[in-house]
Design a protein. Structure first.
Length: 326
């Protein structure tokens, strides 16, 4: 710390510096803290200075997350991989909430009287979009995994194991609890396999309004309640492992080539288009059509908000990934 600087301004500067990410602070923190402390000593009160520091810190954090081109300290490949990782997180959140809404609609099949043409078109639209999103996700995972397996960069064993463990828990748990699906097996719309609908329902059981009613929670089987609490943690573990692996692969020279990054960026743009189609179908169901007895509720309105926010962030990440890949 510079001589003659009052400790109080230095402490205030250190608190303001926390708005910036750790990587930025490690490179520029000492110099910036000195300048900031000197300015605080000359101008103890300055709302514009505080606002500028907060704005700069948020821009730096968005750049580190791959959602902005400003404030980024990493090379182009690492920034693009960060954008792809952010896009993947948004896609997982979208798929989880959207899958819960879609599986709710599939239970309507057991009530023939509620299957109007509008409801049938909504289900087909959402199903096609969800299928496209799943296929794009598999292609994206394969594109990165192939490079990781062939190049074998250091530091990916732990994140890869975490991703595999979380994914295994989701698959095993979903397969176990799918037998409790309240649908009839899709007799009225046999285009969609009943096993797929049942697995989607079981793997997204945690996205439910049941959490609002302690009386309902008390009568649920303990195993089912434990799965509702465990499944989000398993998904979070898988996402954390995948994000860490992708970001570390982006920092390792020669792992994610420009061709791979361009391929992943194209998949990201296509995923955003599929998410937009699904969001349109889900919005049409919640706003316009009310199939009984599984009508949209508060959880579905909240789901629309989450889907909209996820798509907005995903589009921003896809734009940054496309620019970086170019």
């Amino acid at each position: 710390m510079r001589r003659g600087v009052n400790p109080a301004p230095a402490a205030r500067a250190a608190r303001l510096l926390r708005w910036y990410p750790k990587t930025w602070r490690s490179r520029y923190g000492d110099e910036f803290a000195e300048l900031l402390a000197a300015d605080i000593e000359e101008r103890p009160r300055s709302a514009s200075r505080t606002a500028d520091v907060i704005r700069g810190g948020l821009v730096a954090r968005l750049g580190q997350a791959g959602l902005s081109g400003g404030g980024a300290l990493e090379p182009g490949t690492a920034r693009t991989s960060a954008s792809l990782a952010a896009l993947g997180c948004c896609a997982v959140i979208f798929a989880g909430v959207g899958g819960a809404m879609w599986s709710q609609l599939t239970t309507v099949w057991q009530f023939p009287g509620s299957m109007s043409a509008d409801v049938r078109a909504t289900i087909f639209t959402m199903s096609a979009a969800m299928l496209a999103l799943v296929v794009l996700a598999l292609l994206a995972v394969f594109g990165v995994a192939w490079r990781v397996v062939t190049v074998r960069p250091p530091g990916l064993r732990g994140p890869s194991a975490l991703f595999a463990a979380g994914l295994a828990v989701v698959i095993v748990g979903g397969r176990h609890f799918e037998n409790g699906w309240p649908g009839t097996g899709g007799h009225h719309l046999s285009v969609i396999p009943s096993g797929v609908a049942a697995f989607s329902w079981a793997s997204t059981m945690s996205v439910s309004s049941v959490w609002r009613y302690p009386a309902l929670l008390a009568v649920l089987p303990r195993a089912e309640l434990a799965w509702m609490a465990l499944s989000p943690l398993a998904v979070a573990a898988a996402v954390a492992g995948a994000v860490t692996a992708v970001r570390r692969a982006g920092r390792s020279p020669g792992v994610l080539s420009p061709a791979v990054l361009r391929f992943e960026a194209r998949l990201g743009r296509a995923a955003c288009a599929a998410m937009a189609v699904f969001l349109g179908g889900a919005g049409a169901w919640v706003i316009a059509w009310v199939p009984r007895p599984y009508h949209p509720g508060t959880i579905d309105v909240a789901g629309l908000v989450v889907l909209t926010l996820s798509l907005a962030v995903a589009r921003q990440a896809a734009g940054q990934a496309g620019a970086g890949a170019r």
